[in-house]
Design a protein around this ligand. Sequence first.
Ligand code: HPA
Ligand code: ZN
Length: 337
Amino acid sequence: MTHATKEFIYGLPKAELHLHLEGTLEPDLKLKLAQKNNIEIAAKTIEDVEATYKFNDLTSFLAVYYPGMEVLRTQEDFYDLAMAYFRKVKEHNVRYVEVFFDPQAHTARGVSFETLFEGYYKATQDAKELGIEAHLIMCFLRDLSEESAFEHYEMAQPFKDRILGIGLDSDERDNPPLKFQRVFKKAKDDGFKITMHCDIDQIGSIQNIRDALHVIGVDRIDHGTNIVEDPELVAYVIEKGIGLTSCPVSNGFVTDDMKGEELKALLHQGVKITVNSDDPAYFQSYVSDDLYAVAQKVSLTETDIVTLVKNAFEIAWTSDENKGKYLQEVDAYLAQQ
Ligand code: HPA
Ligand code: ZN
């Protein structure tokens, strides 16, 4: 089969499952919010902001990423941030998203859980008018304590019916899945879906993936492509239908490679792997750009692209009926080509 064109990829109905709302803060919105909220930031122009986006690993990325959130203060700020992302991905024909948010990054600055949550939630509701179904996944910051994770889990309780699942992000080094075993057990017992970042080429990557799967009992893994090194774990995720949310352009920023060959190998072995943008404002790449970039890099065919896109709907945390509706949209798009 032929190679996919950019137009073909942009037009495909898509789902995005690995997207940090805080990672969608584009330089222009950052400057606007800084001005509105009277926050003195060093950058004065879009070029100044972009010049700070220099990273060579996850730690140096996160060192720019978290301080950058200081401009977010009011409910409208969180709403505007999320709406800007939804408007942007409408251009990519994104139809369904499950997006991460990091409450601890904001409560630490004196923003209440309610403020950030209501802003984000209202945006997910208004996204429907753009033709996008959006859901929220609350993440714990793994470099903070288990106690803080529990405190935020409690803060989330009044909003629990509007939270689809619980995730884990930030710096994996010295912060393995088992550090949060108890809070994830509670979340799972309470009926939440569970996912976790298993970042690329971390010390102990395979052990962390194994623990996430066998001890925590995750429903999905974010990144996690190091699994390709362990055939038993690959067989396990295939058997259980546990999906991986890969982010090729992000990988290229925080490691020396997009990990496209790993993605391709997993895809061809039958793993439900997907392509996502992670932090599109920081990596200047939205979901179609990620798909196109990795397709170019490792020669993915149109069939491969369609499988990646269908996988995302298949591993979404929604009903089979809803998945079927979106998968039919993909088939209708293919029939028109
Ligand atoms: N890994 C860990 N934490 C993150 C990431 C990521 O890719 N993006 C935003 N927070
Ligand atoms: Zn991520």
